[in-house]
Design a protein around this ligand. Structure first.
Ligand code: SF4
Length: 296
């Protein structure tokens, strides 16, 4: 499904050591965000699409997340079946948790790189402390209100050896939806990283197949992101700020309207992107083969 990403602030309370964000200061007005939403709706190629809120840290601009959701829900003839807040997981208030518990179309995806040691590059800006404990506390708080968080693990050469242990740890702490990405732009990945990625996910795949992890969903094992899934950055031509992104879509919509926004498509094949595609395809294929063998 076509997914549009709305940036609600570029500010962030963290300073992860591999952060790829160049702009960590821009803020937006409601008029800018509403204008982007209006253009998504005006130029849509389908009445059904998904929305993701991103930053910086989107929960620093919670009011814009809420306002965007309510605005989109009030527009007739469109159907947004899912909204996702992609957050660093460190910010939670009673107001947010109450709202999420009543609006189940909005999901909460926290970026955290596994257990305490695997998460050592994700730190708060001021204190430089690892975010692990705060994120786990917030996930437990959400669960108390019936909201389940998913975890997005960013893997890199310094935590790849912890990957299967991290997934085990998260599973034992009640997490059932995990996805895994790779640092692409700010760190170099090499063959040792790729070999370990495959090995670690093979361990997880085996445990899923033998029934150890009942109810666990690991995105990279269940779904192969197509190579053609080009991410498009959408920038305001006057301010130069990235106002949004899109991915998983076919074209001819707001992401092709260079007369309104500056569009940058990031689909170029590089050695790194080819390595990442190869390891993702390998673990996906291995897992599907393994499941077929255990199914009667
Ligand atoms: S949470 Fe970390 S990776 Fe994300 S924008 Fe903030 S510093 Fe960068």
């Amino acid at each position: 499904m076509e997914t549009y990403v709305i940036h609600v602030t570029k500010q962030c309370n963290c300073d992860c050591l591999y952060c790829y964000e160049k702009d960590k200061t821009s803020q937006y007005t409601w008029e800018e965000i509403k204008g982007f939403i209006d253009n998504i709706v005006k130029y849509r190629t389908s009445n059904e699409f998904a929305i993701e809120f991103l930053g910086g840290e989107p929960l620093l601009a919670w009011n814009y997340v809420r306002q965007s959701y309510e605005y989109l829900e009030s527009i007739p003839d469109i159907n947004v079946p899912s909204y996702c807040i992609t957050t660093n997981g460190t910010i939670m208030t009673e107001k947010i948790v109450n709202y999420l518990s009543k609006n189940k179309k909005i999901s909460f995806a926290a970026s955290m790189d596994g257990h305490l040691h695997a998460n050592q590059l994700r730190v708060f800006k001021e204190s430089r402390k690892n975010t692990y404990e705060t994120v786990m506390k917030n996930i437990a708080y959400l669960r108390g209100f019936g909201v389940e968080a998913s975890i997005h693990i960013v893997s890199h050469p310094y935590n790849i050896a912890y990957l299967s242990d991290s997934i085990d740890h998260l599973y034992r702490n009640g997490i059932r939806y995990i996805d895994i990405g790779t640092v692409e732009t700010t760190m170099q990945i090499d063959e040792a990283y790729c070999d370990r990625f495959i090995k670690e996910l093979d361990i997880v795949s085996q445990r899923i197949a033998d029934g150890t992890y009942k109810g666990l969903h690991v995105g990279v094992l269940e779904w192969l992101k197509p190579y053609s899934d080009v991410r498009t950055y959408i920038r305001d031509p006057e301010t130069g700020k990235t106002i949004g992104e899109s991915y998983g879509r076919s074209g001819n919509d707001v992401t092709d309207t260079n007369n309104i926004y500056n569009i940058q498509k990031c689909g170029e094949k590089t050695k790194t992107s080819e390595m990442i595609y190869y390891i993702r395809k390998t673990v996906y294929d291995n897992h599907q083969r393994r499941l077929n063998l255990v199914q009667p």
